[in-house]
Design a protein around this ligand. Structure first.
Ligand SMILES: *Cc1c(COP(=O)(O)O)cnc(C)c1O
Length: 442
C-alpha cells in the first residue's frame, strides 16, 4: 500500500510540534496517575526534570569511544563501582552499562557460551533456566544458539535446586536465578543454586533487573532479604536495571561480572577490511545521555533517597496485598519478597476481573501459570491503592454475579508487544503477521 505521509517540504515550527507531541500522547497509558503497573518507574517531576537536564548535557556524546569521551567512561566506571558496592562485590568484580535488562542478559549468556567454547566445549551449549526466568533469556538462547534446559519450580514458585542438579550436563554453560522473578516476585534460592554451579564448575547468573535497587535497601530497613548478590560464592554475574527501580532514564541497565576474564567474552572484536573494530556491548553507538542520567540518579538520590523510595514502594505493595487478601475469592500467588507480585482467583475467572478493571481505566498485566494479574508497586502508586482496591472489589462482585465469557485466548495475555491473542491463533504466526502492523501507517 502506498504510504501517504512524506517528509514535509518545509519544516514546521518547534513550538507547534512540541504541542502536537503533548497532544498526541493524551490517549496513552496513564502512568502518571498510577494507572499502569509496569512500563514506567517514576520518582516525581523534580527528579524527571533533573534527569532530562543531565541527559541534555551529554545529548550528543557517544559512549562507544572512551578515548574520545574520557569523562563518559569515568561516569560509567563510577556507576559500575557504586553498583558493585551495593551488590557486595568482594574483590575484582567488573561490569559494563547496557541499554536495558534484555541487553544485559543477552550479553551474559553470550559470555558464558564463549567462555565454555574457549574451554573446549563441543556441541550445543546449554543453560539451566528456571521456568520463571524472564523471556529475554529465551531470546538470548534463540539469538546465540543455546539449548534451554528448563528448571522446574518448587511449590513456592522458586527454582528447584534439586531439579537444576539433576539436569546438569557436560554442555551446561551456566545456571540462572532471579532476584526476584518477574512473574511471582520471589527470589530463587541463590546460595543453593550457586553451590551446585560451583561444584559443576559453571557460572551462576542472577537476574536482579528488578531487585538490584530494592533488595539492598530492604536490608537497611531491616526487612527479610534472601541472599542473592556477590556475597554468595559461586554467583558469577548479575544483571541490574537502572531504568527500573534506580529511576534513571529509559535505556540504562548494567551487567556485572565476578571477573574481568568472564566480561572479556562479551566484548566483540573483529578485523574488518578497513581496520580493527571493537565494541563492548550489542550496540554500536551508545547514548552518552543514558550514562549521565544513571550517574546523576545515583548521586542525587543517594542511599537515603533510595531507602525512602523503597520504603514507600513496599508500603504500597503491602497495602495492596493486604487489601486483595481481604476480597473473598482472591489470593496472592506465593510469598512475594519485595514490590512485585501477582494475584489470582479461586472461584471466578481472573481475566473477567481484569477486563472489568481495564474498562475502569486501569492498565492490567495478565499472565498464566497460574492465571493472574501482575503488579509492580512503586511510590507513584500511593495514590492508586484505595481506588484500585475499591474498583477491584466491584469488579470481583460483578464478575461473580455475571461472568464475562471472554473471547481471547489465555496464552495471548502476555507482556511486551504481543497484545491479546485471538482464540485459536498460533502465537508465532499471529505475531509475525500482526505485530508489525503496529508500526505501519494505516
Ligand atoms: C524488565 C526485566 C528484564 C528485561 O529488561 P528490559 O529492560 O525490559 O530489557 C529482565 N528480567 C527481569 C526480572 C525484568 O523485570
Amino acid at each position: 500500500m502506498l504510504k501517504t505521509l512524506r517528509l514535509p517540504r518545509n519544516g514546521r515550527s518547534a513550538d507547534e510540534l512540541l504541542a502536537e507531541l503533548e497532544q498526541r500522547k493524551s490517549g496513552d497509558a496513564d502512568w502518571r496517575r498510577g494507572r499502569t503497573w509496569s512500563l514506567v518507574y517514576y520518582a516525581g517531576d523534580e527528579h524527571a526534570e533533573f534527569l532530562k537536564r543531565a541527559y541534555g548535557i551529554y545529548f550528543s556524546e557517544n559512549a562507544v569511544s572512551p578515548s574520545a569521551y574520557p569523562s563518559l567512561a569515568k561516569l560509567e566506571a563510577e556507576v559500575l563501582a557504586i553498583l558493585l558496592a551495593l551488590l557486595n562485590a568482594q574483590d575484582d568484580e567488573v561490569g559494563i552499562m547496557t541499554s536495558g535488562g534484555t541487553e544485559s542478559i543477552l550479553l551474559a549468556m553470550k559470555a558464558y557460551r564463549d567462555q565454555a567454547r574457549n574451554r573446549g566445549l563441543q556441541g550445543e551449549p546449554e543453560i539451566l533456566l528456571p521456568i520463571s526466568a524472564h523471556p529475554s533469556f529465551l531470546k538470548a538462547a534463540d539469538y546465540f544458539g543455546l539449548r534451554v534446559i528448563p528448571v522446574e519450580l518448587r511449590d513456592d514458585y522458586r527454582a528447584s535446586p534439586e531439579d537444576a542438579k539433576r539436569k546438569l550436563s557436560p554442555r551446561t554453560v551456566c545456571i540462572v536465578a532471579s532476584a526476584p522473578s518477574y512473574p511471582q516476585g520471589v527470589v530463587d534460592p541463590v546460595p543453593e543454586l550457586a553451590q551446585i554451579a560451583r561444584e559443576a564448575g559453571v557460572g551462576l547468573h542472577v537476574d536482579a533487573c528488578l531487585g538490584a535497587f530494592v533488595l539492598p535497601f530492604m536490608r537497611t530497613l531491616e526487612r527479610k532479604v534472601p541472599e542473592f548478590d556477590f556475597r554468595v560464592p559461586g554467583v558469577t554475574s548479575i544483571s541490574a536495571d537502572l531504568h527500573k527501580n534506580a529511576y534513571a532514564a529509559k535505556g540504562t541497565s548494567a551487567i556485572l561480572y565476578r571477573t574481568a576474564d568472564l566480561r572479556g567474552y562479551q566484548f566483540f572484536v573483529t578485523k574488518w577490511r578497513n581496520g580493527v573494530y571493537g565494541s563492548p556491548s550489542m550496540q554500536g553507538t551508545r547514548a552518552g545521555g543514558n550514562v549521565a542520567t544513571a550517574w546523576a540518579a545515583l548521586m542525587h538520590l543517594g542511599e537515603e533517597g533510595y531507602t525512602s523510595l523503597v520504603e514507600r514502594a513496599l508500603a504500597v505493595a503491602d497495602a495492596l496485598m493486604a487489601g486483595i487478601r481481604e476480597i473473598p475469592g482472591l489470593y496472592i500467588v506465593g510469598e512475594p519478597d519485595m514490590t512485585v507480585f501477582s494475584f489470582g482467583a479461586r472461584d471466578l475467572d481472573i481475566f473477567g476481573v481484569a477486563r472489568r478493571m481495564s474498562e475502569r481505566g486501569w492498565r492490567i498485566d495478565k499472565q498464566v501459570a497460574p492465571d493472574s494479574i501482575h503488579m509492580i508497586a512503586t511510590p507513584n502508586h500511593e495514590q492508586s491503592v484505595m481506588p484500585f482496591l475499591s474498583d477491584l472489589k466491584q469488579a470481583v462482585d460483578e464478575e461473580r454475579s455475571n461472568p464475562l465469557k471472554l473471547e481471547t485466548a489465555k496464552e495471548g495475555t502476555l507482556y511486551g508487544a504481543t497484545g491479546d491473542l485471538p482464540v485459536g491463533a498460533d502465537p508465532v504466526e499471529y505475531v509475525r503477521s500482526e505485530m508489525g502492523k503496529n508500526y505501519d501507517l494505516a
